[in-house]
Design a protein around this ligand. Structure first.
Ligand SMILES: *Cc1c(COP(=O)(O)O)cnc(C)c1O
Length: 423
């Protein structure tokens, strides 16, 4: 008989192994439907690479202004086709998801114009960009723009209240697909499509923009497929496949992408400059793996949901909920459990497994956050990672895992660790 490798290498006890086995048996059908999503998205990506004639010479690094950097041009054409956009920006110099989103906001919302958040206050770091939190200079509000927000209703987009809220005809309407640090599940593409239809009808001139972070490749369609004008995200999350070393993307309507690029570089220069600094191969290889890796992470999130619901914890999304991002939020109830959980996840890391994560005051967050993160790309959350703000009701957010076997190890280690707490 083959020794169970989790037992053999990590001395995981039988009780934890049994729990995971039981959960996996329940997940058979769910995993099978994820395989179908993976298949379609993989073909979408592969076809876009072929259609754009990707070749070895595209991986050579240009210098100087970067005119005629064919690798950069093809990367953007491939992302454009994969996301069925009119145009796309994909730049290693976009330092984070926040930078990609802020670029869109600053490029499109001018003095006296309004940014309207239709899915409640946006992600924590964007609140600083807008200027409703923190005391930074150069925020949207400081520049004389206006901000309005429609709260969610029981975790759903308040469609009934949207028409009234849109009476001011905002310049930009922001929808956030993923959970962020909240306790609602991600909005599915169908749900986003419903909201987009209402916005389009009530305020046709508004630009509809989706924060697509953590959502890419979790379904076969993306926000642009259901009428969004623009979307943006980070390359060290889903679309970078754990391989892209940095960067972000913006995709959608051509005229809007051009405005974003003029903001990022300068009017008159636009998309024609900007070195890829030799990142083309890694960015595209990451995109090539992204559909596969995203489904590994989704399978992992489902495993956590099945195991932790079984243990009596409240999970968001619940095991039976539809999914549109890779996050699993588990309400553990105490700070001690959040810390233990993160320590255990860190022990499953490929890089820095010996690090002991401690709560710290992260820039952009009001409460100390404890973070488990140990991948090949520093801070990448498409790799095995977890984090939890030290505040009631003590939720831990688990995400990522480019290979399912490693997520399973992370899950086993957390179960063992929490079990020890109970004895
Ligand atoms: C991660 C994330 C961001 C910001 O991305 P960073 O790369 O951390 O700056 C914005 N919105 C959502 C929903 C996210 O998950």
């Amino acid at each position: 008989m083959i020794n169970n490798p989790y037992k053999k290498y990590y001395s995981i006890g039988d009780a934890a192994l049994k729990r995971i086995k039981h959960a996996e048996a329940k997940l058979k059908d769910r995993f099978a439907s994820l395989e179908a999503i993976r298949m379609e998205n993989q073909m979408k990506v592969l076809k876009a690479m072929q259609d754009n004639g990707l070749s070895q010479s595209d991986f050579y690094a240009a210098t100087g202004y970067g005119y005629g950097d064919t690798g950069r041009e093809k990367t953007e054409a491939i992302f454009r086709d994969v996301f069925r956009a009119e145009d796309a920006l994909v730049r290693a110099g976009i330092t984070s998801g926040t930078h990609a989103l802020a670029t869109v906001i600053f490029a499109l919302v001018g003095h006296g114009q309004t940014l309207f958040a239709a899915t409640g206050h946006p992600y924590d770091t964007l609140q600083e960009v807008i200027g409703i939190k923190g005391e930074e200079v150069g925020t949207l509000l400081e520049r004389g723009a206006k901000y309005e927000m429609l709260p969610l209703e029981h975790g759903k987009i308040n469609l009934a209240a949207l028409p009234e809220a849109l009476k001011t005809h905002p310049r930009l309407v922001l929808l956030q697909r993923s959970t962020g640090y909240t306790n609602r599940r991600a909005f599915t593409i169908d749900e986003l499509g419903e909201a987009i239809a209402v916005i389009r009808k009530e305020s046709p001139e508004s630009i509809i923009f989706v924060d697509n972070c953590y959502g890419e490749f979790t379904e076969t369609r993306e926000p642009l497929d259901v009428g969004a004008d623009l979307m943006a995200g980070s390359l060290i999350k889903n679309p970078g496949g754990g391989i892209a070393i940095s960067g972000g993307y913006i995709a959608g309507r051509k005229d809007l992408v051009e405005r974003c690029m003029n903001h990022l570089t300068a009017p008159g220069i636009g998309k024609d400059t900007g070195l890829s600094f030799g990142t083309t191969r890694l960015t595209l290889q990451g995109l090539f793996f992204a559909p596969h890796v995203t489904i590994e992470a989704l399978k992992g999130a489902l495993l956590f949901a099945a195991v932790y619901e079984d243990m009596g914890y409240s999970c968001m999304p619940a095991l039976s909920d539809p999914r549109s991002d890779i996050i699993e939020a588990i309400t553990l109830g105490t700070g001690e459990k959040v810390e233990k959980f993160c320590h255990a996840v860190q022990q499953a890391a490929s890089v820095g497994a010996d690090v002991l994560p401690m709560p710290w005051d992260m820039p952009g967050y009001t409460d100390p956050v404890v973070m488990a993160s140990g991948g090949f790309i520093d801070g990448s959350s498409i790799e095995v990672s977890a984090d939890g703000p030290m505040r009631e009701p003590y939720i831990v957010y688990y995400q990522g895992g480019v290979v399912y076997e490693q997520v399973k190890l992370a899950c086993l280690l957390t179960v063992e660790s929490l079990n020890q707490l109970n004895v």
